[in-house]
Design a protein around this ligand. Structure first.
Ligand code: HEM
Length: 471
């Protein structure tokens, strides 16, 4: 609970005693829809009182840049919310300060060296993609759903690089794993009042269901801890197999350094972060794109025509083809915008008071939310923003444009470190899928609706469709 609201804070609905603005979050509504209405009423920057926090929501491209890039030094920590704490404040997603910097910088530089976002990683994505296309082929045009298999496939590319192995799509342990992350991301409990009032989780029993979510995540961390032990047993510094080996090698080098922050616990959390950050996200954008293509056959046909002209049908697309395929790229950008999978990004914490344009003072300790949704559907940037229109990313000469208007991967110091991998996967999966199959609604049915589900991630409703082989 907060004291009286200081006049220097941004405007917002008046908080009630004890419960603050919990009721303003609406009953059963998507938080992003509530924030859209609050923005209309209170302006681009507004403030709520939730639990023991002032929560400041930032809308609009310019304000986001000012607060999360220009003032990045004061807005790049994570707040101690329940959803963040279950990640143990280790690794990258949930850690802060020098540990966050060390884990993030080390991970990004080593993954880059090791192939992340580079051509050498392309072949393992293509191997995985081949398995996925075969899976799709076996339906022979009968209705199918993308559900878990797509997640299993995109996650496998990541597994190859961090664990040096892939899993069979039907491996029960692997399916269990993917299901755990799906449940955490769609958990209404973690999105609810416990998030801002973590003490509620300490009440006897598990009324809010959050203890169950924590135990599920612990299972994943334990799995990675076992993998680390197995890697240590077979470690050979002259034969570095994957990211775990790279980390173990560096741990040895830094063993005696006083500033050493690398250890096995941190490594298990970094692996969990990458697995969590890298599976649902990319797969969800692919699901959005296929859904949007089912609803926009002209776009689907134009994509296939470009693939036919640049590649033909004799081989799968590669990253080298990308510069010659602006229309396919535009479809991916528009799907990233329209699918808007992380409309509120992840919460940040204000670590030093910010005086914003002499208008407001945002106190130290406030939670601050980058509302990425406000850019994706900004009519100034994207006229007719509720229409799926890849052409908005193509200029009059037929070249790709407006790429920098996309903020789906967030901005500032916490910007998604998996963006290059995600962009590689999106291009290779989507162009290969459209090359090999025509996507159609289930016979006799309309295309499935494009409404999102309620949850931490903006996912489409599950849908069935037909994939008819093009050759
Ligand atoms: C289309 C796919 C993806 C989207 C849209 C996406 C989006 C995001 C967003 C919005 C954030 C929050 C940034 C912030 O706090 O402001 C984030 C963070 C993060 N993402 Fe991604 N992501 C994607 C794929 C991936 C992949 C493939 C990986 C890993 C391989 C990954 C790993 C992470 C990690 C570790 C963080 C935490 C960064 C930090 O706290 O410093 N993401 N991502």
């Amino acid at each position: 609970m907060q004291n009286k609201k200081p006049a220097s804070l941004p405007p917002g609905p008046s908080p009630l005693p004890i419960i603050g603005n919990v009721l303003d979050l609406g009953d059963g509504k998507r938080t992003v829809d509530v924030f859209r209405s609050l923005r209309k009423k209170y302006g681009d920057i507004f403030c709520l009182s939730l639990g023991s926090y002032w929560v400041v929501v930032v809308n609009g491209q310019d304000n986001l840049r000012e607060i999360f890039v220009k003032n990045g030094k004061s807005t790049s920590d994570r707040p101690p919310l329940y959803t963040i704490n279950i990640f143990k404040n280790k690794g990258i997603v949930s850690s802060n300060g020098s540990n966050w910097k060390a884990q993030r910088a080390f991970t990004i530089s080593k993954l880059r060296e090791f192939g992340f976002g580079k051509k050498s990683f392309e072949s393992s994505i293509i191997d995985e993609l081949n398995q996925f296309l075969q899976w799709m082929q076996q339906y022979k045009g009968k209705p199918l759903a993308l559900k878990g298999i797509l997640n299993a496939s995109t996650a496998n590319s990541l597994m190859q690089i961090i664990l040096g192995k892939r899993f069979d799509y039907k491996d029960p342990k692997y399916c269990d794993f993917l299901e755990i992350f799906n449940q955490i991301i769609t958990s209404p409990a973690l999105n609810g009042p416990v998030n801002f009032m973590p003490w509620l989780a300490n009440l006897p029993g598990d009324f809010f269901g959050v203890k169950a979510d924590t135990l599920k995540l612990d299972k994943v961390i334990d799995y990675f801890k076992n993998e680390i032990q197995e890697h240590k047993r077979t470690f050979d510094e002259d034969n570095i197999r994957d990211f775990i080996d790279v980390y173990l090698k560096e741990m040895k080098i830094q063993e005696r350094s006083t500033s050493n922050m690398l250890n096995e616990d941190q490594l298990a959390s970094v692996l969990t972060d990458f697995f969590g950050g890298g599976t649902e996200t990319t797969a969800t954008v692919i699901k959005w794109t296929i859904l949007l293509l089912l609803n926009n056959m002209t776009v689907q046909n134009k994509m296939r025509q470009e693939i036919e002209e640049v590649i033909g049908s004799g081989r799968l697309p590669t990253l080298a083809d990308k510069p010659k395929m602006p229309y396919c790229e535009a479809v991916i950008l528009e799907s990233l915008r329209f699918g808007n999978i992380g409309p509120l990004s992840l919460p940040h914490l204000v670590s030093e008071e910010i005086v914003y344009k002499d208008l407001y003072v945002i106190p130290k300790g406030s939670v601050i939310i980058p509302c990425l949704d406000s850019v994706a559907f900004d009519e100034k940037w994207f006229p007719e923003s509720h229409v799926f229109k890849p052409e908005r990313f193509i200029d009059e000469k037929g070249n790709l444009c407006n790429e920098d208007k996309i903020v789906t991967f967030s901005l500032g110091r916490r910007v998604c470190p998996g963006e290059s991998l995600a962009r590689m996967e999106l291009f290779l999966y989507l162009t290969s899928m459209v090359q090999r199959f025509e996507f159609l609604p289930v016979e006799g049915e309309n295309p499935p609706p494009v409404d999102p589900l309620k949850g931490l991630l903006n996912s489409p409703q599950p849908y069935n469709f037909r994939a008819i082989a093009t050759q």
